[in-house]
Structures are given as structure tokens and as C-alpha cells.
Design a protein around this ligand. Structure first.
Ligand SMILES: Nc1ncnc2c1ncn2[C@@H]1O[C@H](COP(=O)(O)OP(=O)(O)OP(=O)(O)O)[C@@H](O)[C@H]1O
Ligand SMILES: [Mg+2]
Length: 233
């Protein structure tokens, strides 16, 4: 039998890119299930389709075929506007490049998802200050991205992803541009918050150390997820 009420269930996901060039059938029947508070890593060769898959799981892109359910919601039945609202409230994204808005301070960048969600300014400010403190940036609230180190920028991106208390964080190579010390710091921040807020995390990584701490490690290979890539427990 299956676990009751998983957080995220994707079944038989297919995705091809068609354009002027030869079509690429990237995902060929991906199945994945994630429960609350799960830590799931996805590894795979460059070009195997990891980012494509994460974008589809998070509703940033749509599959050609297959279903994605988040709790009781069917993402494929939502129109673009509904999907955007859904992402804002339920999913936090962190990418390899922080994608912070350059003209805004760290604090204002973290505000952004709260403003979009229509929360009160008092609530937004309290949450943003809390998250920036948790990510070790209490002294950097008014710095713009260009006035932050690479590691600090990524930690702001993590704080921003957590603004609306998402049940899941989806991270695509979040440490891909960081040195070892900053990788360790970012991971410890993410793991601490995961414990405190019971957040699930799906993380795409090339870093064997990250894969080493995740109980579930999938290898994306020939368009399907294979389990396990390594014998973690
Ligand atoms: N918009 C697009 N149009 C056409 N082909 C694309 C498009 N986006 C990605 N692809 C192709 O799809 C395949 C999967 O790309 P994807 O970015 O998902 O790989 P990845 O596993 O994330 O790789 P990396 O580890 O290098 O980030 C690649 O072969 C890529 O060239
Ligand atoms: Mg990628």
C-alpha cells in the first residue's frame, strides 16, 4: 500500500523539446513521490533532464504527458495564473544563480513573495527579519545583492524561498557556484530550517556530500528516475 496523503506525486512524466533542431525526448516516464519533510536528492549527468524535471515538478513548466499532484491539487488542471499563485504559496525555489533583484536590498528581496501573496507588511517584515537572522544575515539586511558575497546571496535566496512557509523547497544546484565553506554553510542553514519548519526538500546536485546526507537519492538516467544512486540510509 502507499503512504497516506503524500505531499507531491508525479506519475509518468514525459517531456520533449521540439524546435528547429532535432527533438529531444528528455523525460520518458518519470515517477516520484515525496512526503512531508522528505529530503530527496536528484543526481544525473549534465543534460540528463534534472532541471527540466524540477521545473515541471514545481509547476514552472508543464509536461507533455503525465500528472503532478500536490496534496489534493492537480497542477495540470490549473491555468497559468492559478499555477503562479499556487507556486507562490506552496513552493520555494532556489537556483544555482541566486536570481535576486539587483536594485533591492536583501530584506526587500525576501519580502517579495510575501507581497505577492498579499500578506500584511507587519507579518512580512517579521518573517523576513527572522529568516535573514536564521540564515546568518542579520547584519546584511540593507545590502544590495552586489554588496553581498556569493554565499550570502545564496542564503538570501534561501530566505526568500521560505518567505511564505512553503511545504517544499526545490533547489537546482544551489551550491553549484559556492566554495566548500559556503556550501557547508548553505546546507546547514537549509537543514536547520527544514527541521524547524518540517519543510520537504528536493535538491539537484552534483555534490556527492549532499547526496550523501539525503535518505533518498534518485539518478535521472535515460529519462527515468532510478533508485538508489547510492546506498544511503
Ligand atoms: N528550451 C529547450 N529547448 C531545447 N532543448 C532543451 C531546452 N532546455 C533543455 N534542453 C535540452 O534538454 C536536455 C536536458 O536539459 P536540462 O537542463 O534539464 O539538463 P540538466 O540535467 O539540468 O543538466 P545540467 O546538469 O547541465 O544542469 C539537454 O540535452 C538540453 O540540451
Ligand atoms: Mg540543470
Amino acid at each position: 500500500m502507499t503512504t497516506a496523503n503524500p505531499l507531491l506525486t508525479a506519475e509518468n512524466i514525459h517531456k520533449s523539446y521540439t524546435g528547429k533542431a532535432e527533438p529531444v525526448h528528455v523525460l520518458r516516464g518519470v515517477d516520484i513521490r515525496v512526503n512531508s519533510h522528505d529530503l530527496t536528492a536528484i543526481v544525473g549527468a549534465s543534460g540528463s533532464g534534472k532541471s527540466t524535471l524540477l521545473h515541471i515538478l514545481g509547476g514552472l513548466d508543464r509536461p507533455d504527458k503525465g500528472t503532478i499532484r500536490f496534496r489534493d491539487a492537480d497542477l495540470s488542471r490549473m491555468d497559468d495564473e492559478a499555477l503562479a499563485g499556487f507556486r507562490n504559496r506552496n513552493i520555494g525555489f532556489v537556483f544555482q544563480f541566486h536570481h535576486l533583484l539587483p536594485e533591492f536590498t536583501a530584506l526587500e528581496n525576501v519580502f517579495m513573495p510575501g507581497l505577492i501573496a498579499g500578506k500584511s507588511m507587519a507579518e512580512i517584515r517579521e518573517r523576513a527579519e527572522y529568516l535573514l537572522e536564521e540564515t546568518g544575515l542579520k547584519q546584511r539586511l540593507d545590502h544590495r545583492p552586489s554588496e553581498l558575497s556569493g554565499g550570502e546571496q545564496q542564503r538570501v535566496a534561501v530566505a526568500r524561498a521560505l518567505m511564505n512557509e512553503p511545504e517544499i523547497i526545490m533547489a537546482d544546484e544551489p551550491t553549484g557556484n559556492l566554495d566548500e565553506a559556503n556550501t557547508d554553510k548553505l546546507l546547514s542553514v537549509m537543514m536547520d530550517i527544514r527541521e524547524k519548519e518540517q519543510t520537504a526538500i528536493i535538491i539537484i546536485t552534483h555534490d556527492p556530500r549532499i547526496a550523501g546526507i539525503a535518505p533518498s537519492v534518485y539518478n535521472l538516467h535515460h529519462g527515468q528516475l532510478e533508485l538508489p544512486a547510492a546506498g544511503n540510509s
